[in-house]
Design a protein around this ligand. Structure first.
Ligand code: HAM
Length: 414
């Protein structure tokens, strides 16, 4: 075969799309109940938006972006994440002026050139939320509760919430110095990446996956020692609010997350069912990002959840169609227009109507009706057409009755 999907990308086939729709419906419904409105931004943006916000030294920006030079000379990038585009849009359209609290959610595809494996793709999908305008812990609790609510609604079991605070600006500066002081004597034992990060972004070394580096950082100074009083109070309030909401969490001091824009609260939901790529959702506060990208200083917090990983870690029960579906069997070419009209009318009453368009035999159409799971077949033959009547066959009970054509809608709708 000449063309196939590109490595790390997948078709979502018709037998999978129903689960995707179910997941999307839960997201729309729960986000709506929390008072969040949907936002949709373009798939590609100016490259600078991501390098500035996510950070030059992050894996995403340094090696995973799909970027190219536009004909007009600018550099463009397929979005690797959605926080920066939503912040860009928030600033561009002055959304803060419309309401002091802007609570937004999104669903869409993202692109990262990572090494594909189970739960890791080059095109993947996220849903997420971003709440702008409140620096208070209530907002952190609401955002985390929203994610938790969606996972509960989906029946996802075996997940845990990891929680940390990486403090605000001053705290980070002090902690950074303490960490560099601690790690410098081990410099030669560190990987090339971590040696580079020691200069550029030492906090990222804390979430290393390399075992001997993990041993080293076990004795590293704790970020909690560098929190300001406000950081500490904020984090303690977030924790008591989560406890008040019966949302269990584990504190994880090494949860610094792979993107540079975070301040204070960071969190991740991890699933036990997923193996190496176990994070189904990640997020945190980013109180400086709006200002950094040219907007008015605006505190904000959000999360994004990987939809492929969610679908891998849940067995969603198939929702059965509540309406009876009908297979309209037409065996006379001359009756095609009548059949199309009848199908249109039934569909406009909210009834699912399957129809053959291959001019197959009665037997083949009945077989197809069973295959698609139709409850009833409406048979339109030459005699029926002449008498303005149709045969209605119950495909489960195998019973058949004759119904006048002008009574058919009533027959199916009462
Ligand atoms: P992130 O941790 O980079 O955060 O991604 C969030 C989630 O997206 C991950 O937990 C994972 O479930 C999913 N994900 C990431 N990369 C892949 C991949 N290659 N294949 C499949 N799933 C993947 C963000 O993107 C931040 N923008 C989250 C955020 C929103 N922070 C504040 N607001």
């Amino acid at each position: 075969m000449a063309y196939r999907t590109i490595k790390g990308t997948h078709d979502i086939l018709p037998d999978e799309t129903r689960r995707w729709q179910q997941l999307e419906n839960v997201v729309h419904s729960v986000a709506g109940h929390y008072g969040y409105n949907e936002i949709r931004t373009p798939i590609f943006e100016d490259t600078g938006l991501f390098s500035k916000s996510v950070g030059e030294d992050t894996d995403i920006v340094s090696k995973e972006m799909y970027s190219w030079e536009d004909r007009s000379g600018g550099r463009l990038t397929l979005r690797p994440e959605l926080t920066a585009p939503v912040v860009r849009s928030y600033i561009q359209h002055n959304l803060g002026a419309r309401s002091p609290l802007q609570k937004l959610y999104y669903i869409g595809p993202l692109f990262r050139r990572e090494r594909p494996q189970k739960g890791r793709q080059r095109q993947f999908h996220q849903f997420g939320v971003e709440a702008f305008g409140s620096e208070h812990p209530e907002q952190d609790a609401e955002v985390i509760a929203l994610a938790h609510h969606i996972f509960e609604e989906l029946g996802i079991l075996n997940i845990s919430l990891k929680l940390n605070s990486i403090g605000s600006g001053d705290c980070r500066k002090n902690y950074r110095s303490a960490l560099v002081k601690f790690l410098t004597p081990y410099k030669d034992d560190l990987s090339e990446t971590s040696q580079r990060r020691l200069e550029t972004n030492p906090l990222r070394i804390l979430d290393t996956k390399i075992p001997h580096e993990q041993d080293i950082i076990q004795n590293a100074p704790s970020i909690a020692d560098s929190w300001t009083d406000e950081d500490k109070n904020h984090f303690e309030s977030v924790q008591s609010m989560l406890s008040g909401l019966n949302i269990p969490y584990e504190l994880d001091e090494n949860l610094v997350r792979g993107l540079d824009y975070y301040t204070r609260t960071t969190f991740e939901f991890v699933s036990e069912n997923l193996g190496a790529q176990d994070a189904i959702c990640g997020g945190g506060r980013y109180d400086n990002l709006v200002e950094m990208l040219g907007g008015k200083p605006t505190p904000a917090i959000g999360f994004a959840a990987g939809m492929e990983r969610i679908l891998l870690s849940t067995v969603m029960t198939e929702q059965t169609d509540e309406h009876e579906s009908i297979y309209l069997i037409n065996i006379e070419e001359t009756a095609s227009i009548k059949a199309l009209q009848m199908a249109k009318e039934l569909r406009s009453k909210g009834i699912t109507v399957y129809m053959d368009t291959k001019r197959r035999s009665l037997k083949a159409q009945l077989r197809d009706a069973n295959r698609v799971g139709a409850r009833k077949a409406v048979i339109l033959g030459e005699d029926e057409l002449k008498n303005n009547r149709v045969q209605v066959k119950d495909l489960l009970k195998k019973e058949q009755e004759e119904v006048a054509m002008d009574k058919l809608i009533k027959y199916f709708t009462v």
